[in-house]
Write a protein that binds this ligand. Structure first.
Ligand SMILES: CC(C)(COP(=O)(O)OP(=O)(O)OC[C@H]1O[C@@H](n2cnc3c(N)ncnc32)[C@H](O)[C@@H]1OP(=O)(O)O)[C@@H](O)C(=O)NCCC(=O)NCCS
Length: 226
């Protein structure tokens, strides 16, 4: 059960009440207990020890270090200054019986909303991977972006050897648009870039967005000062 939409915290920070329901998982804000549970699970391992699917190697280190980064990423992202537009909506992914199992961020590009581009970042606990959930959580935030925020396109990047992430992008309808090389943990890694135009994907009525009141929309659509 994510945070209760009637909780006083949601009254004071309405963006915490945004939720996206799909037929298999719900994306929403966690309670503090759920955030701690998710962090513990992340500490148990998200990928094989010799792999590194992320551009910042935040999954290296002890279980407690990884868990701490999960908590701090969440708190930092939801804790944006109330006077500034929201730049990233961080969602925790909830399974109906397993509880919090991962994170799906929706990132509004620099230049948003004039440049109506969004990007995404995500991970699931090892036990939750390979069951179709990554595809649903990506579709969930794209529905929010295309149906409710007026996004024109979505972009994403995966390491060339991250076949699960690449396959999710391809299943959802993204097109490969190029590659680049980045330094990750001191090693050159090939990145593959994908783009999805709004018209490339059909709206999925089985995905329901709630809690998107006028105050949240105003902060999501505000034009930054610089
Ligand atoms: C990437 C991630 C979020 C995808 O979520 P997921 O729930 O595992 O993805 P799904 O089950 O919806 O889809 C994965 C697809 O990749 C395919 N796939 C997975 N591993 C594969 C492999 N080694 N070779 C070929 N295809 C593979 C699956 O078969 C599936 O495709 P299909 O439905 O056509 O069979 C998840 O795997 C994850 O958290 N990985 C570790 C962290 C990570 O890589 N984050 C993204 C960084 S860019």
């Amino acid at each position: 059960m994510p945070i209760d939409p009637n909780h006083p915290l949601v009254h004071f920070a309405p963006e915490l009440g945004v939720a996206i329901r799909t037929p298999v998982v719900t994306l929403a804000s966690p309670t503090m207990d759920e955030l701690a549970r998710l962090a513990e699970r992340a500490g148990e391992g998200i990928h094989a020890p010799d792999a590194m699917p992320f551009s910042t190697a935040w999954t290296r280190g002890s279980a407690d270090e990884v868990a701490s980064r999960v908590v701090r990423h969440w708190l930092r992202t939801v804790g944006a200054n109330e006077a500034t537009p929201i730049a990233t909506l961080p969602f925790v992914v909830f399974h109906p019986t397993e509880g919090p199992i991962g994170v799906q961020d929706l990132v509004l590009a620099r230049g948003w909303p004039s440049l109506a581009t969004v990007s995404t970042g995500s991970w699931l606990t090892a036990a939750a991977q390979g069951r179709g959930i990554g595809t649903w959580m990506r579709r969930a935030v794209l529905t929010l972006a295309f149906r409710h925020l007026g996004a024109a396109r979505a972009e994403t990047t995966a390491h060339a050897d991250n076949l699960a992430s690449r396959r999710v992008s391809e299943k959802v309808g993204y097109r490969e648009v190029g590659t680049s090389i980045a330094l990750v943990e001191g090693r050159e890694r090939l990145l593959v870039h994908y783009r999805l135009e709004r018209g490339d994907v059909e709206d999925d009525p089985s995905i329901i967005v709630t809690g998107l009141g006028p105050e949240v929309l105003k902060r999501l659509m505000a034009i930054p000062a610089t």
